[in-house]
Structure formats: C-alpha cells, structure tokens
Design a protein around this ligand. Sequence first.
Ligand code: DC
Length: 217
Amino acid sequence: MTKPFVIAIDGPAASGKGTLAKKLATHYSLPHLDTGLTYRAIAYSMLEHNIDLTDEAAAVDFAEKLDFAQLDPELFASHTISEVASKVALLPRLRGILVSIQRQVAEKLPGAVLDGRDIGTVVCPSATVKLYIIADMETRARRRYDEIIAAGMTVSYNDVLADLKRRDERDMHRSSGPLKPAEDSYLLNTTKLNIEEMFEAASQLIDNERAKCSGFR
Ligand code: DC
C-alpha cells in the first residue's frame, strides 16, 4: 500500500517555518505548498479590484478561480499584502475553499510539505508528521527586520515588532482555523537555532516518525 507522505508545518509569522519547509521539501523530494501564498493571492485580487475586505462573496469568487500555478511569492511579498491577507484570512467561507484546494495538494502521491497556521489542525489532521515552530517574539522581529533591510527597504524595528504582535493576535484568536498546535505535533523552538540546526532537529523528528510507520511511497 502506498500513501502520501505529508509534513505539516505550522507556526506564527517569522518563526522560521517557511525557510525550514523549503529545505525539508528539497531534502525529501516533495512538493512544497506555502499556504500563506493562497491567502496573499486573494488579498492581492481584493486590493487590485478595490473590494471591501469584508466582502466574503467576492473573496470566495476569487478563491474559486485561483490558479495555484500563478502563486508568485515576489508579487505577493509586500507588507500591505501580508496585512490584508491576515484580514481576509478571518473569513470562514473563504477559508473553507482554500483549505479544500490545499488538501488536494497533500492527498496526491508522493505527498507534500505544507506550511501555514492550520495545517496540522484543519488542512491535514492525519499528516505523517506535524511540526509546530515557535521562537521568542524579539527573535522573530529581528529576523523579519533583517529580511526587510536585506531586501533594500526601510522599516523601524519597533514597527516590525508591533506588526508581529497584531498579526499573532489576529491569527490566534479568529474563530475559523486559528493558529494553535495540533495535539500530536512536535514543538520546535528555533530561538537559538540557525537554519542548519533547525533542519537537523526537524529532519531527525521526521525520520524517527517515518520509521514508525509503514506504507509510504
Ligand atoms: O504565512 P504568511 O505570512 O504568508 O500568511 C499571510 C496571512 O495568511 C497570515 O497572517 C494568516 C493567513 N494564513 C492563514 O490564515 N492560514 C494559513 N494556513 C496560512 C496563512
């Protein structure tokens, strides 16, 4: 029997989960889906068409037409898109549609690495391995600040910190698909880890978990 090998990675913004997910996908030769991009794509369309962010019918319409091949991380990278994405992510019907599209990626052989906020709890509750990535608030703000500066933009550290706190508040307290660890997830604190150390820790957990199960492709 073969079944998809699914690695679910959740955690707050700037916890390191995106970089880790990409590295794990390459290592295990699996496709990677950054589910945040699906929310960012809807945010982009809502802004482009000047639509009220509470207009759930319009958001649903965009989601139904969403082409996964068109998810462009660079086009959706701006701070404004990320802020609007966290607002449209509050809409439950929109979440339902994006979740079902994300699930289709995970259900295909050989499996996938998905990262987001609700992968282990809602999108893939029976994922092979679930990781929940955390880091101290100051470490996350410093990482995000360094990324923005490295990209040639200007920002103040305090603005980045305030933004992450607002984002956490919204992500953790929404009624549909809130950010929280699945009961069977492994908690990985990356505060003191660089990307190589994160990868080492995560791949050890994944290899151990995979060794316990059989039937993966
Ligand atoms: O991971 P990101 O910063 O690209 O995500 C942008 C927003 O999308 C984030 O504030 C919350 C939302 N999101 C979500 O609600 N569920 C997911 N699985 C992924 C992202």
